[in-house]
Ligand binder design. Sequence first.
Ligand SMILES: *[C@@H]1O[C@H](CO)[C@@H](O)[C@H](O)[C@H]1NC(C)=O
Ligand SMILES: *[C@@H]1O[C@H](CO)[C@@H](O)[C@H](O)[C@H]1NC(C)=O
Length: 376
Amino acid sequence: MGSLTISFSPIRSSSLFFVILIVVCIFLSLLPHSVHSQCKNAPIIFNFGDSNSDTGGLVAGLGFPVKLPNGRTFFGASTGRFSDGRLVIDFLCQSVKASFLRPYLESLGPTFRNGVNFAVAGSTTLPKFVPFALNVQVMQFLRFKARSLQLAAAGGFGNLINDEGFREGLYMIDIGQNDLADSFSTNLSYVQVIKRIPSVIIEIKNAVKTLYDQGGRKFWVHNTGPLGCLPQKLSMVKRSSNDLDPCGCLSSYNDAARVFNEGLRHLCDEMRSEMKDATIVYVDMYAIKYDLISNSTKYGFSSPLMACCGFGGPPYNYNIKVSCGQTGSQACSEGSQYVSWDGIHYTEAANTIIASKILSTAYSTPRTPFDFFCRG
Ligand SMILES: *[C@@H]1O[C@H](CO)[C@@H](O)[C@H](O)[C@H]1NC(C)=O
Ligand SMILES: *[C@@H]1O[C@H](CO)[C@@H](O)[C@H](O)[C@H]1NC(C)=O
């Protein structure tokens, strides 16, 4: 009996070892996928907003030239994005293995199977009914949805989003920055700028409500960044030095952005209780971007208030007459050392960090992971 045990046990343990080895190998081969994302099927994404998430809408819609060096770092050509590379929304798409969003107004090429981008640079919520105000973007969505379902019903058209796709889709909104910027640039006083904020918030509510009434249940809302830290604003605004905060940003502009964000946060709370079957995630972009600027050296950046691409040199390297891509503008050699790409928009290097902070869920209310929106 003893010899039997002795003679069999090495065989048993070696086959067990072999089985364990295979299991470990299979596990390790699966690991890279599960670490990147749990997504079996990427969410269908519908995005609304301004240049923060415009992936070519202004170029497609108005033919507005967005030239190199925009796009130089990642795409090697201009794509209509205001950055040297990818935007935050591009990184979010990549995190769930979704393809980059194409602009709704792009007339050649796209099939829109995985989503649509209605965002156009310069967009505001108010005034309404002008290209490409938020309510116009939502009307474009309504038309897109009706047309998709109509073509599908007629048959013979592939690659269309179906009714389920619209219901399960993720609806993203990033707007408000230009409403604040426009208020300030028309010389409204701080008090007047603040007074205008509630009507902007109501427009965002109207947009979400319309999409909800259409069956949308998943919403992802970005608040607005520190407007007063943009090199463009810093270079153009007349000010006394006591208008600057400890980071060197314009206090009144940042205060207005924070008042707007409080209103938006409150709106999201309110909508969560009104639309109980909806998921509404509010993301604090302001905190992420302000941390990046105030702790820039920790993140490997040198001059957080100076544009990489522009004209005029320090301190802000911004000149509205010679903006990035226009004749006479110059771009820094190492974009990866700059937070600001062109004085208004962020570099791919900054967007990489911003996106990873978003994906951490630490800045989200509620702390819903982005891949929650994957299908299956
Ligand atoms: C705002 O004020 C500045 C300087 O006072 C002036 O140059 C500019 O034309 C004004 N803008 C508007 C829209 O009134
Ligand atoms: C900068 O970093 C420090 C240390 O991590 C942190 O305590 C602080 O909140 C950061 N600043 C901002 C504005 O987030």
